[in-house]
Design a protein around this ligand. Sequence first.
Ligand code: TMP
Ligand code: ASP
Length: 240
Amino acid sequence: MINMKHMKLLYTGKAKSVYEIDSDTVLMEFRDDLTAGDGAKKDTKSKKGALNAEISAKLLELMEDNGIPTHFIEYQKPNRHVAKKVEILPLEVICRNIATGSLLRRYPFKAGQKLSPPIIEMGYKSDEYHDPMLNDDIALALGAASSREELDEIRQITLKVNRVLKDFLLPRGIILVDFKLEFGYDSSGKLLLADEISPDTCRFWDAGTGEIMDKDRFRQDLGSVVEYYEEVKRRILSQI
Ligand code: TMP
Ligand code: ASP
């Protein structure tokens, strides 16, 4: 087990802290903190960090098994990942299969409307500016991406993540409503899927009952956040 006391803290986000292991590797600590509304609403729920770390480890391994390169190296119980150090692009790449959340506040979609083909949206990662939606010209002018080809590659990988994740979750009784991805470059210049794939960064609905099983339980004050994350973990780890 790595002793974090002697490690340099590289970054503290709203739900994770990142420490340097060496020049190529980091330790990501998944904390119990929950935020919504770009940090405006905050709480701490015991076990949430560990649940997200374990769920995310399994889902990032699933991506690797399907030929999608990620930064993930190893899960360390209860709430840590060893990962490749990457230069994160300031992009929030969102993929939507069903209309809900901020899409309904911004456009006249019907709640629950199926989006086929899925919608991909890119946001500029900034709490101060509330992650404003980008088009390719803005992303390039801001330097958030370096070329149109890079943006196309990110969109293609995101669509593949969507297909793999949807097909994995549905037999486990989970509908993948939408999710957010982040990408980064490792020291050799390879583009990797980074960050996490968890109920904090995805919307999951129970396929039988339609119940919300993700961070919307916190955003909408529905209660039992940890209990639903536990259920997501149970289904994701189940051998079916
Ligand atoms: P939205 O409907 O609020 O735009 O969210 C779309 C998806 O992206 C949803 O699964 C939650 C996720 N998301 C994050 O993980 N972090 C964020 O900062 C935002 C805005 C959304
Ligand atoms: N806006 C993010 C979310 O609701 C969290 C946050 O920014 O505090 O997922």
